[in-house]
Design a protein around this ligand. Sequence first.
Ligand code: 5GP
Ligand code: ZN
Length: 133
Amino acid sequence: MSDCIFCKIIKGEVPNYIVYEDKSILAFLDIFPHAKGHTVVVPKRHIDTYFDLSDDEMNKLSAGIKKAMEKIQAVLKPDGFNVGWNQSPAGGQVVPHLHIHIMPRYEGDGGGSMHSIVNNPGDVKVGEVAKLF
Ligand code: 5GP
Ligand code: ZN
């Protein structure tokens, strides 16, 4: 997509720092990092969300995430990771080109876990929610 910042990065029109690249994906350093080595991994095809991935693209993206994590592990030696994506504005997605955040974690960095993203379970019991599936 011509006005997409991540498509511009993929095409080399906007400079970036590559962590890992292959035919299907590009992993590059986030310009406003929340951790040393904060990386985003994008499929080279412009799609908005995870729902738009084919199974083949999903497998290639997953493999690319692992390669990028292995590189980060070798270079920066973090103590752990959080890996995930913000989906849709309600989930905090700002750039509408699917991207997976890799957040290296370091002992004592003051960050939280997935559980610190939101704490709004509502008043419907888990058993009632289960019945909806
Ligand atoms: P989102 O909130 O959509 O999940 O995250 C978008 C991420 O892209 C943010 O962490 C932001 O810092 C990063 N970002 C936005 N524009 C650029 C850019 O031009 N270059 C790089 N490297 N990262 C960007
Ligand atoms: Zn794009």
